[in-house]
Design a protein. Structure first.
Length: 354
């Protein structure tokens, strides 16, 4: 009978060198993702470093790793995933934001389509994967994020040290609303909005933030332009409802980002459909699939569809993002899917050298 010797590290590494990262199309050994191989008492411990903790392909990579090691006859393989998120490099004339690796803009040309809802839930979804996440409410004249996170308006009005982020549901949130009592009308002119955005980005003390999500006001606004000038934005997400009129507006947002040199990660269709809780029947209230078609026409990716869910509105009014309060709902899954897509897009862009 042939005796088999336990495989050594070289053999294991050789096997792992046949596993490809499904998105980067290179093997995980030459990508430097295998950070540790330890063999003790027949147990192999692998330490694999991903480019994002929100990696949607984690399970696929683990299955592939197990499949190539299986023929080596190792009694037990333990796979431990870590992540190191790399930063977006600033373009010429831009200043990196201290303490922040990647900025993600959430935009649309129309109000009320769910930008803030998508920004808030995507932020919580990313934080749930273990990423360090910040959220800037850049809707200077109509800040909604404090309400959505159950943070009282004006909570930092008395402070002399300036705005700082407050952590809620694992997300570091900051809003001009922290300085103003609820309902205070704000009349700001363009240059003031630009300087407010600059301060939210550069004057707030950020620490080790992997993803900083910026909830923009509707339109091709001063805030969007200031953001693109003031910071290296990794990319943007355009939110739309399925109606044509909203899509026309979304297309304007896409061309604005293209002009500003900010990559467009893709389109999210919000209020895409409704599942009746009593019958389970699906209703396409605004006509579904419009955003997907538009994304296709514009040559950008479709990142996902979020259904209409009464819990979303209720939660938003009561300071409970749905991803936190109803983690198993259809919409929470949609937000997680979108967050994973965006994190993966950032990883791929970085591997291509920004
Ligand atoms: N998928 C959804 N299902 C139910 N209500 C939603 C959904 N998306 C957004 N809403 C609600 O619609 C309103 C507008 O959303 P909001 O995120 O504030 O839009 P925007 O930031 O684009 O102006 C809010 O009351 C929000 O709770
Ligand atoms: Mg909003």
């Amino acid at each position: 009978m042939a005796t088999t010797t336990a495989p050594g590290k070289d053999e294991i590494m050789a096997a792992l060198a046949t596993v490809k990262d499904p998105e980067l199309h290179k093997d995980i050994v030459s990508l430097g993702m295998v950070k540790g191989v330890e063999i003790a008492d027949g147990v192999v411990d692998l330490d694999i470093e991903l480019t994002t903790p929100a990696c949607p392909l984690k399970d696929e990579i683990e299955n592939d790793v197990r499949a190539v090691l299986e023929p080596l006859g190792i009694p037990e393989v333990r796979v431990d995933f870590g992540a190191r998120v790399r930063p977006t490099n600033p373009a010429e004339g831009q200043k990196a934001i201290e303490g922040v690796s990647n900025v993600i803009a959430v935009a649309s040309n129309k109000g009320g389509v769910g930008k803030s809802t998508v920004a808030a839930n995507m932020a919580v979804a990313l934080a749930q994967t273990g990423a360090r996440v910040g959220l800037i409410d850049a809707d200077i004249t109509g800040p909604n994020i404090p309400t959505m996170f159950g943070l009282s308006a004006g909570l930092q009005a008395q402070e002399t040290t300036g705005l700082r982020a407050v952590e809620r549901y694992g997300v570091h949130v900051v809003s001009i609303g922290f300085l103003l009592p609820r309902g205070t009308p704000v009349v700001w002119r363009g240059p003031m909005i630009g300087s407010a955005v600059r301060q939210l980005l550069h004057d707030v003390p950020w620490e080790n933030i992997d993803y900083l999500i910026v909830d923009l006001p509707p339109g091709t606004s001063d805030a969007s332009m200031s953001l693109a000038q003031e910071a290296p934005v990794a990319g943007s997400i355009i939110v739309s409802t399925p109606q044509a009129v909203s899509l026309e507006d979304a297309m304007k947002a896409v061309s604005m980002f293209e002009k500003l040199g900010v990559p467009v990660f893709g389109m999210v269709e919000n209020m895409s459909y409704f599942i009746a809780p009593d019958t389970g029947n699906r209703y396409d209230i605004f006509g579904s699939g419009g955003a997907e078609q538009a994304a296709d026409d514009l040559g950008i990716d479709f990142l996902g569809a979020v259904p209409i869910e009464p819990n979303i509105r209720e939660g938003a009014d009561n300071g409970l993002p749905l991803v936190h309060s109803h983690p198993d709902s259809e919409s929470a899954k949609a937000f997680h899917h979108i967050a994973g897509q965006v994190a993966a897009r950032i990883s791929v862009l970085q591997r291509m050298g920004n």
